[in-house]
Design a protein around this ligand. Structure first.
Ligand code: S3P
Length: 441
């Protein structure tokens, strides 16, 4: 690893303007990639994965399972082979599991490992070590797990061996797929039926993939239940392109007049398509074709063309369905005509950075009237100028400001961009191949 990556001094310098044209496939879905390693490791038999995201986050999950004794071949061009060890075959690691920047790894592993009868420590980088973990340790404690956090409720997490877990019926206090998944994964090891009730629909990849591995999960409205004590049977997984990565181009091609871009094989799970619903409401031109199902997940090709966007009141029902896309949706709002108002999105304050504050600061630097609120933002679309902004090490903030250059009238310099590799390795080369001018400095 180069010195500059170690010191996180990667900087993007993005020339203004440009038109996006071509046909691309963005990297694999991060959420599905994590889960494919987790469930493949616990299955009986060999799971073959294609389209795996070779980003730092999903690789952190992969490495954690290797550390716990699972043989995993790859990734080679997105292909990974997981030699499952069965529900009780993981080995106690002799070192802490370092999950880097990845909240999904930490929260899901916490549930999956709580009932294994092992003593473990989960650690992460500075960002992950400041994110709230009581949202997972509290329900797990009610199941009988023993997990210590810092006094602030953050990582490192120390999981202690317990004899068994009790089942739980848990009403989620926040609409979080990570918390839901954590409880369901712990429920695999609990005696009896565990159920989670969610306040609003959140991504359901865990439920879909458990079924793909032959595990019965029932979904009845907002209530998801499974019985502990079953087993998983290895399968084949085709990871679709990540709609959260495609989102940068859905916005980019929409705001760059004259653009005509096709995004192939994009995951279209109904719990993830908020970005399409919101952009269409703003006036975007997005055509959906080649719809098919791969391993229980819908995919499609998306053709997006430049369109004049208008500001909207974002429906709160769409917030959990677009939770990772707000950094770039704020850019869409900044380039739209009129006012866009987001409410009900306080969760954005506890992502890889405080995405409300960091995006408002950056947009203001670029001359946009962006007013942060406790649970969202009010953005008045306007003329965007060039400038220097700080991503605060947040991958999605870095990429959102790179896309902003398409409608800016001066160069945008973005600091602290190394973490783009957590979810979108190859971002710079890909954007340059379709009409942007981004240099890494
Ligand atoms: C994820 C769930 C979301 C999302 C994260 C990935 C997952 O978090 O922000 O990037 O894979 O389950 P929350 O469920 O906490 O909102």
């Amino acid at each position: 690893m180069s010195e500059s990556i170690l010191t996180n001094k990667i900087r993007f310098l993005v020339k203004p303007g440009g038109v996006l044209r071509g046909s691309i496939r963005v990297p694999g879905d991060k959420s599905i990639s994590h889960r494919s390693i987790m469930l493949g490791s616990l299955a009986n038999g060999v799971t073959q994965i294609s389209g795996f995201l070779e980003g730092d986050d999903s690789l952190a999950t992969l490495k954690a399972f290797r550390t716990m004794g699972v043989t995993i071949d790859g990734p080679h061009d997105g292909r990974v082979t997981v030699h499952g060890v069965g529900m009780h075959g993981l080995q106690q690691p002799s070192v802490a599991l370092d999950l880097g920047n990845s909240g999904t790894s930490m929260r899901l592993l916490c549930g999956l490992l709580a009932g294994q009868g092992m003593n473990l420590t989960l650690t992460g980088d500075a960002s992950l070590s400041s994110r709230p973990m009581r949202r997972v340790t509290e329900p797990l404690s009610s199941m009988g797990a023993a997990i210590d956090t810092t006094d602030n409720g953050t990582a490192p997490l120390h999981i202690k061996a317990v004899g068994h877990l009790d089942s739980i019926h848990y009403q989620l206090p926040v609409a979080s797929a990570q918390v839901k998944s954590c409880v369901l994964l712990a429920g695999l090891y609990a005696q009896g039926e565990s159920c989670v009730v969610e306040p609003a629909p959140t991504r359901d990849h865990t439920e879909r993939m458990l079924r793909g591995f032959g595990y019965a999960v029932t979904t009845d409205g907002n209530r998801i239940c499974l019985d502990g004590g079953g087993c998983l049977t290895a399968t084949t997984i085709d990871v679709p392109a990540d709609i959260s990565s495609a989102a940068f181009f859905l916005v980019g091609a929409s705001i760059a007049q004259g653009s005509d871009l096709t995004l192939r094989h994009v995951g279209m799970n109904p719990t993830r398509i908020g970005v399409i619903n919101i952009l269409r409401k703003m006036g975007a031109s997005i055509e959906i074709s080649n719809q098919l199902q791969v391993g229980g997940e819908p995919v499609a090709d998306l053709r997006v063309r430049g369109a004049g966007l208008k500001g909207i009141q974002i429906p709160e029902s769409q917030v959990p369905l677009a939770i990772d896309e707000f950094p770039v949706l704020f850019v869409a709002a900044a380039c739209a005509q009129g006012e866009t108002v987001l409410t009900g999105a306080e969760e954005l304050r506890v992502k890889e950075s405080d995405r409300i504050q960091v995006m408002a600061d950056g947009l203001q630097t670029l001359g946009i009237d962006a007013a942060p609120t406790a649970d969202g933002m009010v953005i008045r679309g306007g003329k965007m100028r060039g400038g220097r902004v700080d991503s605060h090490g947040d991958h999605r903030i870095a990429m959102a400001f790179a896309i902003a250059a398409l409608c800016a009238d001066g160069e945008i310099v973005i600091d602290d961009c190394a973490n783009v590799d957590t979810s979108f390795p190859g971002f710079a080369d890909l954007v340059n191949s379709i009409g942007m001018r981004l240099e890494i400095g």
